[in-house]
Design a protein around this ligand. Structure first.
Ligand SMILES: Cc1cc2nc3c(=O)[nH]c(=O)nc-3n(C[C@H](O)[C@H](O)[C@H](O)COP(=O)(O)OP(=O)(O)OC[C@H]3O[C@@H](n4cnc5c(N)ncnc54)[C@H](O)[C@@H]3O)c2cc1C
Length: 333
C-alpha cells in the first residue's frame, strides 16, 4: 500500500488565471499561499491605464467550450465581472477588408468588465496572496519547499509547490528538477507586441474587432467598444507572434512606428492622429496547441505545474490546466 500523502501547506507561484483557479479549488483542502511578482492578480488578463484611456493589452476576449468552464464563469457573469462582447467583427487580408459580421449570442465572446483585469481582482479577493513577490529560487529541503522572494527573504516550508508561471519562467526556477525542466523545455511560448492608441476624437471604423492576415499585425480592436468601458476612444493592435519574435529586442520606438504604420496601412485610416501611443512587449504571450498532459505532477518531489502553456495559449486552456491539476492533487489528499 502507498504512503498516504497529507497535503497541508501549498505554495502557488503566479496569480494569473491558472494560479488563481488552482488556489481557489485547493483552498478548502489545504493552506494555500500564492506568490505573485506584480502588484495585482490576473497575469496576461491585463489592463493598462493612461490618463483617461484604458487598454486590455493582453488577452482580448475568450470563449467557453467546456461545460466546466461555463459553470465556473456563471457566478462571474452574475456578478457583472464578465460579459458578452457583441462586437462588429471584420477580417482583413492585408489591407483588403474581406469579411464583416456581428458576433451574436450563440457563441459568446466574453470579456472582463469593466476591464479585463476585473476578473483577476474578483478571483483573488478571498485568497492569501503575497504581491510584489518575485520568486527567484526554489529549494526542497527536509521540511519541504522553501522559496526565495528576492533580497534573500525565504518563506516558511511548504509541502507542495505549484508553479503557475509561464513555461520559460517556470523552467528558469526548475533547473535542478529534471522532469519539470524537460516538460517546460518541450513547450515554446511566442512573443507579441501590443500597440495602445488613445484618441481625443472618435474615429470612424466600420467594426469593433478585426482579425488581420498577411501583415505584421494580427489583430485590431476598439477597446472602448467593449461592454461597460468609458467613452475615451482606445484602439489596441497586436503584432503577429512571428514578427514579435523576430523583433523582440528592437528599440521600442521603432516597433511603435512600424506597428502604427502597419495598422494605418491595413485599415486605410491615418491612426497617427492618436494623442496617446505606447507599446508593450509580451515576451511570453502565446503558445500553439500542445499534445500531452494538461498539467505536470512530480509526486516524488511534490512539485506541480499548470498554465495555458500546457494546453494552448487561451484563457480557457489556463482554466482547464489548473482545474485538472487541482482535481489530481485533491485526489492525493
Ligand atoms: C497579447 C496577448 C493576447 C492574448 N489574446 C488572447 C485571447 O484573445 N483569448 C484568449 O483566450 N487568450 C488570449 N491570450 C492568452 C491568455 O492571456 C492566457 O492564456 C492566460 O491569461 C494565461 O493564464 P496563466 O495563468 O496560465 O498565465 P499568466 O496570466 O501569464 O500568469 C502567470 C503569472 O505568474 C506571475 N509570475 C511569473 N513568474 C513569477 C515569479 N518568478 N514569481 C512570482 N510570480 C511570477 C506573472 O506575473 C503572472 O501574473 C493572450 C495573451 C497575450 C499576452
Amino acid at each position: 500500500m502507498g504512503e498516504a500523502i497529507t497535503v497541508t501547506r501549498i505554495a502557488v507561484v503566479g496569480a494569473g488565471l491558472s494560479g488563481l483557479v488552482v488556489a481557489r479549488l485547493l483552498q478548502s483542502h489545504a493552506d494555500v499561499t500564492v506568490f505573485e511578482k506584480s502588484r495585482s492578480a490576473g497575469g496576461r488578463m491585463a489592463t493598462r491605464y493612461a490618463g483617461e484611456f484604458e487598454f486590455d493589452h493582453g488577452a482580448q476576449f475568450f470563449t467557453a467550450r467546456s461545460e466546466r468552464f461555463r459553470r465556473f464563469l456563471q457566478p462571474l457573469i452574475d456578478a457583472g465581472v464578465v460579459a458578452n462582447w457583441q462586437a462588429r467583427f471584420a477580417e482583413y487580408d492585408s489591407s483588403r477588408l474581406s469579411t464583416r459580421h456581428a458576433w451574436g449570442d450563440e457563441y459568446p465572446h466574453y470579456v472582463g468588465t469593466p476591464r479585463m483585469n476585473s476578473i483577476g481582482k474578483l478571483l483573488s479577493a478571498d485568497l492569501d496572496i503575497v504581491f510584489d513577490a518575485e520568486i527567484t529560487a526554489i529549494a526542497r529541503g527536509r521540511d519541504g519547499w522553501v522559496l526565495s522572494a528576492g533580497a534573500g527573504a525565504e518563506t516558511e516550508p511548504f509541502d507542495w509547490l505549484v508553479m503557475a508561471s509561464p513555461a520559460a519562467q517556470t523552467a528558469a526556477l526548475a533547473e535542478g528538477f529534471a522532469n519539470l525542466s524537460a516538460f517546460c523545455g518541450e513547450r515554446r511560448m511566442l512573443g507579441c507586441f501590443a500597440l495602445m492608441l488613445g484618441f481625443e476624437k472618435p474615429i470612424e471604423l466600420p467594426w469593433d474587432a478585426a482579425l488581420v492576415r498577411n501583415a505584421d499585425i494580427s489583430w485590431i480592436s476598439v477597446n472602448s467598444s467593449k461592454p461597460a468601458r468609458g467613452s475615451a476612444v482606445s484602439l489596441l493592435v497586436h503584432s503577429t507572434n512571428s514578427w514579435a519574435d523576430a523583433h523582440l529586442e528592437d528599440d521600442t520606438n521603432c516597433v511603435l512606428e512600424h506597428m502604427l504604420n502597419e495598422a494605418s496601412r491595413v485599415t486605410g485610416e491615418d491612426l497617427r492622429s492618436a494623442s496617446h501611443r505606447q507599446v508593450h512587449r509580451w515576451r511570453y504571450a502565446n503558445i500553439d496547441r500542445q499534445s500531452g498532459p494538461t498539467c505536470f505532477i512530480d509526486d516524488a518531489n511534490r512539485l506541480a505545474a499548470c498554465g495555458d502553456w500546457c494546453v494552448r495559449g487561451r484563457i480557457e486552456a489556463a482554466f482547464t490546466s489548473a482545474s485538472d491539476l487541482a482535481e489530481s492533487l485533491i485526489a492525493r489528499l
